[in-house]
Design a protein. Structure first.
Length: 141
């Protein structure tokens, strides 16, 4: 889905392999562990080719090999954590990040000794022009 949206916006898309980091037993864990190094080398190649000045990550398991590659290439990493508590990917990537953006002030506790800034969640402007009555009707409240 992301590839389609990015391509429609006229932005180049570069896909990589990434193994999901599950914290529970699943056979896929044994397969996905091999995807991480492949994804790392793919990300390394892409970042060397593109030479970005910054990597911005929103979390999710795909961001882990990209952040590892950015770290190796000494490319600054900025993260955005949109949830109250960080997911595993952002916990891992935060160790390499120069700046972390948060949606909630209370989330600072998860990122001690880091350059952290509370910026909220980016949303589409049309969401601010919602219809209260229609919202109640759609949600059943």
């Amino acid at each position: 889905m992301e590839e389609k949206l990015v391509m429609q916006a006229g932005i180049p898309f570069y896909g990589i392999y990434a193994g999901k980091l599950r914290r529970y037993f699943d056979f896929k864990n044994f397969v996905d562990v091999f995807k991480l190094p492949v994804g790392f080398f793919q990300a390394l190649w892409i970042l060397r080719k593109l030479k970005p000045k910054l990597v911005f990550a929103k979390g999710g398991y795909v961001s882990v090999p990209v952040c590892f590659a950015a770290r190796v290439l000494k490319i600054p990493i900025w993260l955005h954590e949109s949830d109250f508590s960080p997911g595993l990917a952002n916990k891992i990537c935060s160790k390499f990040a120069q700046k972390i953006f948060l949606s909630f002030e209370e989330s600072r506790q998860f990122f001690p000794r880091k350059d952290v800034e509370v910026v909220g969640n980016p949303i589409r402007k049309w969401l601010l022009k919602g219809n209260k009555e229609l919202g109640y009707k759609l949600t059943g409240f």
